[in-house]
Write a protein that binds this ligand. Structure first.
Ligand code: G3P
Ligand code: MG
Length: 480
């Protein structure tokens, strides 16, 4: 732990226990986690085939020589009973699917440019029981997006999708970064609107958060063409308030929480720190090998927003940081880290959160994972690649990847990572999954519990959106 325990300047907050209910839920879920590792020091990861059709799959061993992100410790004391584990303990709802569940990407699947994709509202209704089988299906949300407290993002999503979304079923790109709050003192947090990400980081427990705005306020020459507005200036922290110098400040790690709102100055400031002597501001390393670690909450080069065509995302900024570093440090390579999808560890964590959510919300046994998780995404490079890799790794659960045409993936093109199923919208994805499960169940019922492989007729029926004719009476999860 660095010397940042001795206060360096005003505005350094005493450590607070994070207040967001999500933090408690997250802690409870995580206290059940084994070691998590994020291993993405080199974006081009491995080539091997997976069950979904020969697309390259993820394997951590491909990053030899690259430094992996530090293991996330799970020895934090379990937090007090989280609100979604004990109080609820509902009785097992007979109409709730106990052997399958859904996990949803957000941008390009449910939301575009802040507005709900119409079929998404329908899809949620179907999952909550408005379907021909009268079943309810558990679901969680797994987005690479971020830039707000999880709780706030859930409130937005609740309004957009006209359902109640709980932090207990929601993970965003920077959620795992809270693990590092104890590990570092002074950190630079980049991205998002205004100073929101500073607040999120402090909510996670980071004690000394500075932002690019603070550095620009202290030294406007840092980015010659970037002028802080009056409100930005007043929202930024005064790093020199105690008569200190910028070079008194040592940044121990850089966290890119959300998409940058000013790539030029953020790029400049991250490069300055990457080329500094051990993170000390305003210094230059002679070897360009002393910079602190840089963590990106995800690696999406493209993402789907209001524009007709996909927009550049954080992964593009990451490439720029690494490329410009190489060009300006005599060819030295900069290894940065990325969280989020397609990292298998992100899907492993999602599995834990899903287990906890199914138990707390539906009274299902937390120890019994669902046989199948249908993951619906719009970006082959993150959603489909990650789901297929998780499917390869998971021993208990089949991770079934569904690609929609409402986001990054362009219909008629060949996705680099092949989904198990390509559908038009999230509603088609939900109907496909439910019918596939009903068909399985139907065949199971016909054979007195043995699951019959789905014959061509059944698969044809499902593909045509029809229900194969061996489904029996409504409420199939309740024993006859
Ligand atoms: O910035 C977020 C974006 O890259 C992707 O978000 O919800 O599609 O994972 P999502
Ligand atoms: Mg998406």
């Amino acid at each position: 732990m660095s010397s940042s325990l001795t206060p360096q300047r005003p505005g350094m907050h005493a450590r607070q226990i994070s207040s967001s209910s999500f933090a408690e839920e997250f802690n409870a879920a995580r206290s059940k986690l084994g070691d998590l590792t994020f291993d993405d020091s080199d974006t081009e990861l491995g080539s091997g085939s997976d069950s979904a059709g020969g697309s390259p799959s993820l394997s951590s061993s491909d990053t030899e020589g690259a430094c992996c992100s530090p293991a996330l410790s799970d020895n934090t004391p379990p937090s007090p009973v989280s609100p979604i584990t004990t109080p609820l303990t509902p009785i097992t709802d007979p109409d709730v699917a106990d052997n399958f569940a859904f996990a949803f990407d957000i941008d390009g699947v449910l939301i575009r440019g802040g507005r709900p994709i119409p079929e998404a509202i329908e899809a949620m209704k179907v999952l909550n029981g408005e379907n021909e089988f009268g079943i309810k299906v558990p679901y969680i949300f797994l987005t690479n997006g971020g830039g707000k407290f999880e709780k706030e993002r859930c409130e937005d999503l609740s309004q957009q999708l006209e359902i109640e979304v709980s932090p207990g079923q929601f993970i965003c790109g920077h959620t795992p970064m809270r693990e590092f709050a104890d590990r570092y003192g002074t950190v630079l947090v980049v991205g998002g609107e205004g100073e929101t990400c500073r607040a999120v980081a402090e909510g996670y427990g980071f004690r000394d958060v500075i932002t690019p705005g603070d550095i620009l306020k202290a030294n406007a020459a840092t980015a010659p063409f970037r002028k802080l507005t009056e409100s930005e200036r007043s929202a930024s922290r005064d790093l020199l308030a105690r008569g200190g110098r910028l070079s008194d400040i040592v940044v121990e790690a850089v966290f890119v929480f959300a998409d940058s709102r000013d790539w030029a100055s953020d790029l400049q400031i991250m490069l300055d720190i990457a080329q500094s002597r051990g993170g000390r501001l305003e210094t230059r390393s002679a070897t360009f090998t002393e910079g602190p670690p840089i963590y990106f909450s995800h690696n999406d080069v493209l993402w789907s927003s209001a524009h007709e065509h996909a927009r550049l995302g954080m992964g593009a900024l990451r490439k720029m940081v690494e490329t410009v570093f190489e060009d300006t440090s005599g060819g030295r390579r900069l290894r940065t880290h990325a969280f989020g999808k397609p990292q298998v560890s992100t899907f492993e964590f999602a599995t834990r959160l899903l287990q906890q959510w199914r138990a707390a919300q539906h009274g299902l046994a937390e120890s019994e994972p669902p046989a199948t998780v249908y993951f619906v995404g719009d970006t082959p490079e993150s959603d489909i690649r990650g789901t297929n890799a998780m499917n390869d790794k998971s021993r208990h659960t089949e991770w079934y990847s569904l690609l929609v045409k409402t986001g990054v993936y362009q219909a008629g093109t060949e996705p680099k990572y092949k989904p198990r199923k390509l559908v038009d919208t999230v509603l088609d994805a939900v109907n496909h999954g439910i019918r596939r499960e009903m068909a399985k169940l139907g065949s199971c019922k016909k054979t007195g519990g043995r699951l019959l492989p789905l014959d061509d007729a059944a698969m044809k029926a499902i593909a045509e959106g029809r229900t194969p004719n061996f489904v029996t009476k409504a409420g199939p999860f309740s024993d006859p």
